[in-house]
Design a protein around this ligand. Structure first.
Ligand code: B12
Ligand code: SF4
Ligand code: SF4
Length: 344
Protein backbone atom coordinates (compact mmCIF):
# COMPACT_ATOMS: atom_id res chain seq x y z
CA UNK A 1 0.00 0.00 0.00
CA UNK A 2 1.55 3.36 -0.92
CA UNK A 3 1.65 6.27 1.55
CA UNK A 4 -1.41 8.06 0.10
CA UNK A 5 -3.68 5.00 0.06
CA UNK A 6 -2.51 4.06 3.58
CA UNK A 7 -3.43 7.57 4.76
CA UNK A 8 -6.85 7.35 3.07
CA UNK A 9 -7.52 3.93 4.64
CA UNK A 10 -6.50 5.06 8.15
CA UNK A 11 -8.45 8.31 7.93
CA UNK A 12 -11.53 6.40 6.70
CA UNK A 13 -11.17 3.97 9.62
CA UNK A 14 -11.09 6.89 12.10
CA UNK A 15 -14.21 8.44 10.57
CA UNK A 16 -16.02 5.06 10.52
CA UNK A 17 -15.38 4.80 14.26
CA UNK A 18 -17.22 8.09 14.71
CA UNK A 19 -14.41 10.63 15.00
CA UNK A 20 -15.40 13.98 13.53
CA UNK A 21 -12.14 14.52 11.61
CA UNK A 22 -8.68 12.98 11.37
CA UNK A 23 -5.28 14.05 10.03
CA UNK A 24 -1.58 13.22 10.20
CA UNK A 25 1.13 15.17 12.03
CA UNK A 26 4.88 14.56 12.17
CA UNK A 27 6.25 12.89 15.28
CA UNK A 28 8.50 15.92 15.92
CA UNK A 29 6.80 19.32 15.67
CA UNK A 30 8.60 22.42 14.35
CA UNK A 31 10.70 24.16 17.03
CA UNK A 32 8.42 27.22 16.99
CA UNK A 33 5.88 25.18 18.98
CA UNK A 34 8.28 24.19 21.77
CA UNK A 35 9.65 27.75 21.80
CA UNK A 36 6.13 29.17 22.31
CA UNK A 37 5.42 26.70 25.07
CA UNK A 38 8.77 27.52 26.75
CA UNK A 39 8.01 31.27 26.51
CA UNK A 40 4.58 30.69 28.05
CA UNK A 41 6.02 28.69 30.94
CA UNK A 42 8.79 31.23 31.53
CA UNK A 43 6.11 33.87 32.14
CA UNK A 44 4.45 31.53 34.68
CA UNK A 45 1.25 31.56 32.61
CA UNK A 46 0.54 28.00 33.82
CA UNK A 47 0.04 29.11 37.44
CA UNK A 48 -0.17 26.15 39.81
CA UNK A 49 -0.31 23.48 37.03
CA UNK A 50 3.25 22.48 37.94
CA UNK A 51 3.10 19.25 35.89
CA UNK A 52 3.40 21.44 32.79
CA UNK A 53 6.84 22.74 33.66
CA UNK A 54 8.47 19.43 34.69
CA UNK A 55 12.01 19.65 33.31
CA UNK A 56 13.38 17.28 30.66
CA UNK A 57 10.06 16.53 28.92
CA UNK A 58 9.80 17.44 25.24
CA UNK A 59 6.06 18.02 24.66
CA UNK A 60 6.58 18.52 20.97
CA UNK A 61 8.05 15.10 20.23
CA UNK A 62 5.87 11.98 20.19
CA UNK A 63 8.97 9.89 21.02
CA UNK A 64 8.55 11.29 24.53
CA UNK A 65 5.51 9.05 24.94
CA UNK A 66 6.44 6.26 22.52
CA UNK A 67 10.07 5.62 21.57
CA UNK A 68 10.15 4.84 17.83
CA UNK A 69 7.11 7.06 17.02
CA UNK A 70 7.32 8.22 13.39
CA UNK A 71 3.96 9.97 12.93
CA UNK A 72 0.83 10.92 14.86
CA UNK A 73 -2.76 10.33 13.75
CA UNK A 74 -4.72 13.21 15.32
CA UNK A 75 -8.51 13.07 15.71
CA UNK A 76 -11.27 15.42 16.81
CA UNK A 77 -14.62 14.57 18.37
CA UNK A 78 -17.42 17.14 18.52
CA UNK A 79 -19.28 17.90 21.73
CA UNK A 80 -22.48 19.89 22.00
CA UNK A 81 -22.01 23.62 21.50
CA UNK A 82 -22.91 25.97 24.33
CA UNK A 83 -25.77 28.35 23.51
CA UNK A 84 -24.65 31.82 22.47
CA UNK A 85 -26.11 33.56 25.50
CA UNK A 86 -26.31 31.03 28.31
CA UNK A 87 -29.97 31.07 29.11
CA UNK A 88 -29.54 31.24 32.89
CA UNK A 89 -32.20 32.35 35.32
CA UNK A 90 -31.32 34.43 38.38
CA UNK A 91 -29.66 32.25 41.01
CA UNK A 92 -28.52 29.61 38.51
CA UNK A 93 -25.00 28.30 37.97
CA UNK A 94 -23.13 27.76 34.71
CA UNK A 95 -21.41 24.47 33.94
CA UNK A 96 -19.29 24.27 30.80
CA UNK A 97 -20.84 22.36 27.95
CA UNK A 98 -17.97 19.87 27.61
CA UNK A 99 -18.35 18.55 31.15
CA UNK A 100 -22.09 17.87 31.32
CA UNK A 101 -22.06 14.51 29.56
CA UNK A 102 -19.87 11.40 29.48
CA UNK A 103 -16.17 11.93 30.26
CA UNK A 104 -14.39 12.57 26.95
CA UNK A 105 -11.17 10.99 28.19
CA UNK A 106 -12.90 7.60 28.32
CA UNK A 107 -15.01 8.01 25.18
CA UNK A 108 -12.02 9.05 23.05
CA UNK A 109 -9.50 6.61 24.57
CA UNK A 110 -11.84 3.64 23.98
CA UNK A 111 -12.29 4.72 20.39
CA UNK A 112 -8.55 5.24 19.85
CA UNK A 113 -7.90 1.71 21.11
CA UNK A 114 -10.42 0.39 18.56
CA UNK A 115 -8.72 2.48 15.89
CA UNK A 116 -5.36 0.90 16.77
CA UNK A 117 -6.92 -2.57 16.34
CA UNK A 118 -8.45 -1.55 13.04
CA UNK A 119 -5.07 -0.26 11.81
CA UNK A 120 -3.61 -3.68 12.67
CA UNK A 121 -6.27 -5.33 10.47
CA UNK A 122 -5.59 -2.91 7.60
CA UNK A 123 -1.83 -3.56 7.74
CA UNK A 124 -2.18 -7.24 8.59
CA UNK A 125 0.33 -6.77 11.42
CA UNK A 126 0.18 -5.05 14.80
CA UNK A 127 1.98 -1.72 14.63
CA UNK A 128 3.26 -0.04 17.77
CA UNK A 129 0.73 2.62 18.86
CA UNK A 130 0.13 4.89 21.86
CA UNK A 131 -3.22 6.64 22.35
CA UNK A 132 -3.45 9.94 24.19
CA UNK A 133 -6.20 12.35 25.15
CA UNK A 134 -4.92 14.75 27.80
CA UNK A 135 -3.14 11.70 29.18
CA UNK A 136 0.36 12.29 27.83
CA UNK A 137 2.73 15.28 27.91
CA UNK A 138 2.17 16.40 24.30
CA UNK A 139 0.84 19.77 23.08
CA UNK A 140 -2.29 18.42 21.43
CA UNK A 141 -3.39 21.70 19.84
CA UNK A 142 -0.05 22.03 18.07
CA UNK A 143 -0.35 18.43 16.82
CA UNK A 144 -3.91 19.10 15.60
CA UNK A 145 -2.75 22.21 13.78
CA UNK A 146 0.17 20.33 12.20
CA UNK A 147 -2.32 17.64 11.08
CA UNK A 148 -4.42 20.24 9.23
CA UNK A 149 -7.37 19.95 11.63
CA UNK A 150 -7.71 23.69 12.24
CA UNK A 151 -5.87 26.91 13.07
CA UNK A 152 -5.02 28.47 16.44
CA UNK A 153 -7.75 30.97 17.21
CA UNK A 154 -6.92 34.17 19.03
CA UNK A 155 -8.87 32.52 21.87
CA UNK A 156 -6.12 29.81 21.88
CA UNK A 157 -8.56 27.08 20.76
CA UNK A 158 -8.14 25.08 17.55
CA UNK A 159 -10.89 26.13 15.15
CA UNK A 160 -12.01 24.52 11.92
CA UNK A 161 -13.59 26.61 9.20
CA UNK A 162 -17.32 25.97 8.89
CA UNK A 163 -17.39 23.90 12.10
CA UNK A 164 -16.02 26.00 14.96
CA UNK A 165 -14.12 24.79 18.01
CA UNK A 166 -16.54 22.74 20.13
CA UNK A 167 -14.52 19.58 19.74
CA UNK A 168 -12.02 17.57 21.77
CA UNK A 169 -8.63 16.41 20.54
CA UNK A 170 -6.95 13.04 20.82
CA UNK A 171 -4.15 11.24 19.06
CA UNK A 172 -2.47 7.96 18.27
CA UNK A 173 1.33 7.88 18.05
CA UNK A 174 2.33 5.43 15.30
CA UNK A 175 5.57 3.70 14.33
CA UNK A 176 4.61 4.21 10.66
CA UNK A 177 6.30 6.69 8.30
CA UNK A 178 3.34 8.74 7.05
CA UNK A 179 3.55 12.12 5.32
CA UNK A 180 1.97 14.85 7.45
CA UNK A 181 -1.09 16.72 6.16
CA UNK A 182 -0.91 20.40 5.30
CA UNK A 183 -1.69 22.88 8.11
CA UNK A 184 -4.61 25.22 7.41
CA UNK A 185 -4.30 29.00 7.44
CA UNK A 186 -5.53 31.42 10.12
CA UNK A 187 -9.07 32.72 9.56
CA UNK A 188 -9.39 35.06 12.56
CA UNK A 189 -8.60 38.09 10.42
CA UNK A 190 -9.20 41.38 12.22
CA UNK A 191 -11.79 39.88 14.62
CA UNK A 192 -11.09 40.38 18.36
CA UNK A 193 -14.43 39.27 19.81
CA UNK A 194 -12.99 36.63 22.14
CA UNK A 195 -10.44 39.05 23.63
CA UNK A 196 -13.12 41.66 24.18
CA UNK A 197 -15.61 39.20 25.73
CA UNK A 198 -13.29 37.45 28.20
CA UNK A 199 -14.54 38.58 31.63
CA UNK A 200 -11.13 38.36 33.30
CA UNK A 201 -8.85 39.61 30.47
CA UNK A 202 -7.18 36.20 30.50
CA UNK A 203 -6.49 36.49 26.78
CA UNK A 204 -3.59 38.84 27.36
CA UNK A 205 -2.83 39.14 23.65
CA UNK A 206 -4.09 37.33 20.56
CA UNK A 207 -3.37 33.55 20.83
CA UNK A 208 -1.97 33.89 24.35
CA UNK A 209 -3.85 32.91 27.44
CA UNK A 210 -2.71 33.61 30.98
CA UNK A 211 -4.18 30.56 32.71
CA UNK A 212 -3.91 32.27 36.10
CA UNK A 213 -6.73 34.64 35.09
CA UNK A 214 -8.83 32.10 33.15
CA UNK A 215 -12.11 30.95 34.74
CA UNK A 216 -11.54 27.49 33.38
CA UNK A 217 -8.26 27.26 35.32
CA UNK A 218 -9.67 28.89 38.44
CA UNK A 219 -12.80 26.75 38.63
CA UNK A 220 -11.16 23.44 37.62
CA UNK A 221 -7.39 23.30 38.05
CA UNK A 222 -6.50 25.72 40.81
CA UNK A 223 -6.62 24.32 44.33
CA UNK A 224 -7.15 26.79 47.13
CA UNK A 225 -8.08 30.46 47.44
CA UNK A 226 -8.37 32.72 44.34
CA UNK A 227 -6.97 36.21 44.11
CA UNK A 228 -9.72 38.44 45.50
CA UNK A 229 -9.87 40.64 42.40
CA UNK A 230 -10.92 37.66 40.24
CA UNK A 231 -13.79 36.34 42.39
CA UNK A 232 -16.40 38.89 41.34
CA UNK A 233 -15.50 38.33 37.67
CA UNK A 234 -16.51 34.66 37.77
CA UNK A 235 -20.23 35.48 37.71
CA UNK A 236 -22.25 32.23 37.72
CA UNK A 237 -19.39 29.99 36.51
CA UNK A 238 -18.92 26.96 38.75
CA UNK A 239 -17.12 24.66 36.29
CA UNK A 240 -15.23 25.78 33.18
CA UNK A 241 -16.05 28.66 30.87
CA UNK A 242 -17.26 28.78 27.26
CA UNK A 243 -17.43 32.55 26.66
CA UNK A 244 -14.46 32.93 24.29
CA UNK A 245 -15.91 30.13 22.17
CA UNK A 246 -19.58 31.13 22.22
CA UNK A 247 -18.78 34.62 20.93
CA UNK A 248 -16.61 33.27 18.10
CA UNK A 249 -18.33 33.74 14.75
CA UNK A 250 -17.00 30.38 13.53
CA UNK A 251 -19.11 28.71 16.21
CA UNK A 252 -22.28 30.11 14.66
CA UNK A 253 -21.90 27.10 12.34
CA UNK A 254 -22.03 24.69 15.30
CA UNK A 255 -25.38 22.95 15.72
CA UNK A 256 -26.96 21.02 18.61
CA UNK A 257 -27.06 18.02 16.26
CA UNK A 258 -23.29 17.75 16.59
CA UNK A 259 -21.66 15.96 19.48
CA UNK A 260 -24.32 13.27 19.83
CA UNK A 261 -21.77 11.11 21.68
CA UNK A 262 -22.10 13.59 24.56
CA UNK A 263 -25.85 14.15 24.32
CA UNK A 264 -26.68 12.27 27.53
CA UNK A 265 -26.44 14.85 30.34
CA UNK A 266 -25.28 13.78 33.81
CA UNK A 267 -25.45 17.25 35.35
CA UNK A 268 -25.36 20.88 34.20
CA UNK A 269 -26.51 24.44 34.77
CA UNK A 270 -29.15 24.76 37.47
CA UNK A 271 -30.14 26.48 40.71
CA UNK A 272 -27.13 27.21 42.94
CA UNK A 273 -28.91 25.98 46.06
CA UNK A 274 -29.70 22.60 44.49
CA UNK A 275 -26.14 22.18 43.27
CA UNK A 276 -24.76 23.22 46.67
CA UNK A 277 -26.89 20.65 48.47
CA UNK A 278 -26.16 17.92 45.90
CA UNK A 279 -22.40 18.57 46.09
CA UNK A 280 -22.45 18.46 49.90
CA UNK A 281 -24.55 15.27 49.97
CA UNK A 282 -22.42 13.43 47.41
CA UNK A 283 -19.97 15.13 45.06
CA UNK A 284 -19.21 11.72 43.54
CA UNK A 285 -22.85 11.08 42.68
CA UNK A 286 -23.30 14.57 41.23
CA UNK A 287 -20.32 14.41 38.86
CA UNK A 288 -20.00 10.64 38.29
CA UNK A 289 -19.01 9.66 34.77
CA UNK A 290 -18.13 13.23 33.70
CA UNK A 291 -14.87 15.14 33.31
CA UNK A 292 -16.01 17.33 36.24
CA UNK A 293 -14.71 14.85 38.82
CA UNK A 294 -11.36 16.67 38.36
CA UNK A 295 -12.39 19.70 40.42
CA UNK A 296 -12.94 17.70 43.62
CA UNK A 297 -15.60 18.35 46.26
CA UNK A 298 -13.83 21.25 48.01
CA UNK A 299 -13.17 22.97 44.70
CA UNK A 300 -16.76 22.72 43.53
CA UNK A 301 -18.17 24.00 46.82
CA UNK A 302 -15.68 26.92 46.73
CA UNK A 303 -16.93 27.72 43.21
CA UNK A 304 -20.60 27.50 44.20
CA UNK A 305 -20.24 29.83 47.18
CA UNK A 306 -18.36 32.30 44.97
CA UNK A 307 -21.21 32.25 42.44
CA UNK A 308 -23.70 32.74 45.30
CA UNK A 309 -21.80 35.86 46.35
CA UNK A 310 -21.87 37.10 42.77
CA UNK A 311 -25.69 37.05 42.69
CA UNK A 312 -25.82 39.69 45.45
CA UNK A 313 -29.00 37.90 46.59
CA UNK A 314 -29.48 37.69 50.38
CA UNK A 315 -31.52 34.48 49.87
CA UNK A 316 -28.16 32.64 49.86
CA UNK A 317 -27.16 33.91 53.32
CA UNK A 318 -28.05 30.73 55.22
CA UNK A 319 -26.17 28.49 52.79
CA UNK A 320 -23.10 30.75 52.96
CA UNK A 321 -23.19 30.75 56.76
CA UNK A 322 -23.23 26.94 56.69
CA UNK A 323 -20.23 27.01 54.33
CA UNK A 324 -18.20 29.04 56.87
CA UNK A 325 -17.69 25.86 58.88
CA UNK A 326 -16.89 23.61 55.90
CA UNK A 327 -13.48 21.99 56.58
CA UNK A 328 -11.52 23.62 53.75
CA UNK A 329 -9.77 26.97 53.94
CA UNK A 330 -10.71 28.01 50.38
CA UNK A 331 -14.41 27.37 51.02
CA UNK A 332 -14.33 29.36 54.25
CA UNK A 333 -12.45 32.30 52.72
CA UNK A 334 -14.73 32.44 49.65
CA UNK A 335 -17.89 32.04 51.78
CA UNK A 336 -16.79 34.95 54.04
CA UNK A 337 -16.10 37.07 50.96
CA UNK A 338 -19.49 36.11 49.47
CA UNK A 339 -21.34 37.02 52.69
CA UNK A 340 -19.58 40.41 52.77
CA UNK A 341 -20.68 40.94 49.18
CA UNK A 342 -24.31 40.26 50.07
CA UNK A 343 -24.06 42.84 52.84
CA UNK A 344 -22.34 45.50 50.73
C1 B12 B 1 -3.45 23.12 30.41
C2 B12 B 1 -4.73 23.09 29.61
C3 B12 B 1 -5.68 24.07 29.88
C4 B12 B 1 -5.38 25.27 30.75
C5 B12 B 1 -4.55 26.28 29.95
C6 B12 B 1 -5.15 26.55 28.55
C7 B12 B 1 -4.18 27.09 27.52
N1 B12 B 1 -4.70 27.83 26.56
O1 B12 B 1 -3.01 26.79 27.56
C8 B12 B 1 -6.82 25.75 31.12
C9 B12 B 1 -7.24 25.06 32.42
C10 B12 B 1 -6.99 27.24 31.30
C11 B12 B 1 -7.62 25.16 29.97
C12 B12 B 1 -8.83 25.66 29.56
C13 B12 B 1 -9.57 25.14 28.51
N2 B12 B 1 -9.31 24.00 27.83
CO1 B12 B 1 -7.66 22.98 28.03
N3 B12 B 1 -6.07 21.97 28.00
C14 B12 B 1 -4.94 22.10 28.61
C15 B12 B 1 -3.95 21.03 28.15
C16 B12 B 1 -3.88 19.91 29.21
C17 B12 B 1 -2.53 21.57 27.86
C18 B12 B 1 -2.54 22.88 27.03
C19 B12 B 1 -1.17 23.50 26.90
O2 B12 B 1 -0.18 22.82 26.67
N4 B12 B 1 -1.11 24.81 27.09
C20 B12 B 1 0.12 25.57 26.96
C21 B12 B 1 -0.06 26.57 25.82
C22 B12 B 1 1.23 27.32 25.50
O3 B12 B 1 -0.32 25.75 24.76
P1 B12 B 1 -1.58 25.90 23.78
O4 B12 B 1 -2.70 26.70 24.24
O5 B12 B 1 -1.83 24.53 23.28
O6 B12 B 1 -0.77 26.86 22.79
C23 B12 B 1 -0.37 26.60 21.53
C24 B12 B 1 -1.00 27.69 20.66
O7 B12 B 1 -1.85 28.56 21.40
C25 B12 B 1 0.15 28.35 20.07
N5 B12 B 1 0.49 29.71 20.43
C26 B12 B 1 0.96 30.17 21.59
N6 B12 B 1 1.31 31.44 21.46
C27 B12 B 1 1.08 31.80 20.17
C28 B12 B 1 1.27 33.00 19.49
C29 B12 B 1 0.92 33.06 18.14
C30 B12 B 1 1.18 34.34 17.42
C31 B12 B 1 0.34 31.93 17.48
C32 B12 B 1 -0.10 32.00 16.06
C33 B12 B 1 0.15 30.75 18.18
C34 B12 B 1 0.53 30.70 19.52
O8 B12 B 1 1.31 27.59 20.35
C35 B12 B 1 1.14 26.88 21.55
C36 B12 B 1 2.05 25.70 21.64
O9 B12 B 1 1.98 24.92 20.50
C37 B12 B 1 -4.62 20.54 26.81
C38 B12 B 1 -4.41 19.07 26.47
C39 B12 B 1 -3.01 18.84 25.93
N7 B12 B 1 -2.33 17.86 26.44
O10 B12 B 1 -2.57 19.57 25.05
C40 B12 B 1 -6.13 20.88 27.04
C41 B12 B 1 -6.92 21.39 25.83
C42 B12 B 1 -6.07 22.42 25.13
N8 B12 B 1 -8.07 22.06 26.46
C43 B12 B 1 -9.17 21.97 25.79
C44 B12 B 1 -10.40 22.60 26.15
C45 B12 B 1 -11.65 22.08 25.47
C46 B12 B 1 -10.40 23.65 27.08
C47 B12 B 1 -11.58 24.60 27.41
C48 B12 B 1 -12.44 24.97 26.21
C49 B12 B 1 -12.43 23.96 28.54
C50 B12 B 1 -13.54 24.86 29.10
N9 B12 B 1 -14.64 25.05 28.40
O11 B12 B 1 -13.43 25.37 30.21
C51 B12 B 1 -10.81 25.82 27.99
C52 B12 B 1 -10.43 26.83 26.90
C53 B12 B 1 -9.62 27.97 27.41
C54 B12 B 1 -8.82 28.62 26.29
N10 B12 B 1 -9.34 29.69 25.73
O12 B12 B 1 -7.74 28.10 25.94
C55 B12 B 1 -8.98 21.14 24.52
C56 B12 B 1 -8.88 22.08 23.29
C57 B12 B 1 -9.79 21.73 22.13
C58 B12 B 1 -9.69 22.76 21.03
N11 B12 B 1 -10.64 22.73 20.11
O13 B12 B 1 -8.79 23.57 20.98
C59 B12 B 1 -7.62 20.37 24.87
C60 B12 B 1 -6.75 20.03 23.66
C61 B12 B 1 -8.06 19.07 25.61
C62 B12 B 1 -8.53 17.98 24.65
N12 B12 B 1 -7.85 16.86 24.60
O14 B12 B 1 -9.51 18.14 23.94
N13 B12 B 1 -6.94 24.12 29.38
S1 SF4 C 1 -12.37 30.33 28.98
FE1 SF4 C 1 -13.44 32.18 29.78
S2 SF4 C 1 -12.01 33.13 31.24
FE2 SF4 C 1 -10.83 31.64 29.99
S3 SF4 C 1 -10.01 32.84 28.29
FE3 SF4 C 1 -11.97 32.05 27.57
S4 SF4 C 1 -13.48 33.65 28.10
FE4 SF4 C 1 -11.63 34.09 29.26
S1 SF4 D 1 -13.71 35.28 18.23
FE1 SF4 D 1 -12.71 36.09 16.40
S2 SF4 D 1 -10.56 36.40 17.01
FE2 SF4 D 1 -11.49 35.08 18.54
S3 SF4 D 1 -11.03 33.01 17.85
FE3 SF4 D 1 -13.03 33.53 16.97
S4 SF4 D 1 -12.58 34.39 14.93
FE4 SF4 D 1 -10.66 34.36 16.09
Amino acid sequence: MNSDSLKDALRAAALELGFSSAGFAPSQLPTIESDRLAGWLEKDRHGSMSYMSKPGIDRSNAETVMPGAKSVLMVTLDYQPAPFIPDLLAGEAYVSSYARGPDYHKVIKDRLLKLAERIGEILDRSPQTRPFVDTAPLIERAYAKAAGLGWYGKNACVIEQGRGSFFFLGGLALDLEIDPDTPTTDHCGSCQRCLEACPTDALVSPYELDARRCLSYLTIEHRGVWDESLRSLAGPHIFGCDICQTVCPWNSFATPEQGLDFQEKHWGPGPLTELFEAALASFKKLTRGTAATRVGKKGLIRNIVTAMGNTGDKAFKAHLEDALSYPAEAVQVHARWALDRLES
